[in-house]
Design a binder for this molecule. Sequence first.
Ligand SMILES: O=C(O)c1cc(=O)[nH]c(=O)n1[C@@H]1O[C@H](COP(=O)(O)O)[C@@H](O)[C@H]1O
Length: 279
Amino acid sequence: MIFTEQLLRVQQQHQSLLCVGLDPEPSKFPGAWKGQPDRIYDFCAAIVDATKDLVCAFKPQIAYFAAHRAEDQLERLMAHMRRVAPSVPVILDAKRGDIGSTAEQYAHEAFSRYQADAVTLSPFMGFDTMEPFLKHPGKGVILLCRTSNPGGSDLQNLRLADIEGQPRVYEHIAKQAQGPWNTNGQIGLVVGATFPEEIARVRELAPTVPLLIPGVGAQGGDAAATVKAGLKTDASGAVTGTIIVNSSRAVLYASSGDDFASAARRVAMQTRDTLNAAR
Ligand SMILES: O=C(O)c1cc(=O)[nH]c(=O)n1[C@@H]1O[C@H](COP(=O)(O)O)[C@@H](O)[C@H]1O
C-alpha cells in the first residue's frame, strides 16, 4: 500500500499522530538487560507490543542497531512489527544521501532488506540522489528540511541569493518537495518540534506533504504548538496535510525498571492525548 494512504488510514483508526521512535541504547535498558546489546530486539519488541495501538508509525533509527552490530535484530524487529502491527507504517530513519549508484544500494537496504514503508534522506546532494528511492512505488521518502537540533540553523536558515526572493535553504527544500521533486506524492519533510514558527512556514510552502516532526519529549519541543503549526485541515475538518510527531527517549526510557513497557505505554498515551487535544 502507498505510504501516505497507509499513514492516513492508521491515524484515523488509532486516532493518533504519534510516532514512537525506536532508538535502543543498551546502557539504558532495564534490570538484567542493562548493557546487553543482544537484548535490543527484546527491548524494542516489548515497546512495540506496548504501544502498537497508540501510534500512527514506528521509526527505528538505524545507527542504534548498526553501532552494536545488531542489524539482524533490526531485521527481526521489522518482521515483528509487520506481524503484530500490520497497519502501522515503519519509517526507517537512516538519513541517507549519495550519488545515484550508491543511493540504489541504500534504497535496496531500506525497502528490500528492511522492508520499510518510508525512509529519511538528506537532500543535500540533490534530486538525483532521491530518484533511486522514488523508483520504489508507494514508498515514502522523507527529506530533512528544518531539523530539530540547534545547529540546524547553520545551513538551513541561510538565504539563497541565486533564487528570486532569496528564500532560506529550508524554504527552498519545502517548495521543491511540494512541487517538482514530488512526482508521485511520495515525499514528506522533517521539521523539528523545537521550531514551531518554521513548522508553520514549511506548512505554508508545502501544504499537503506529510511532516515528520521529531523533538517533543527529550528535546523539549512544544507538542501543542507543533500540532497547531503543522496539521492542516479543510473546512469540514478532514486532514489535508498531516503530521507524524515522533518521540523516542521520553517513551522508551519512561522507567528504568521492570515496568518499562507499561511506563512507555503511559507516556505514549499521554503524548497522543496532548497531540489530539491541540487539534
Ligand atoms: O529524522 C529524524 O528523525 C530526526 C530529525 C531531526 O531533525 N531531529 C531528530 O531528533 N531526529 C531523530 O528523531 C529522534 C528524536 O529522539 P528523541 O529526542 O529521543 O525523541 C532521534 O532518532 C533523532 O535521530
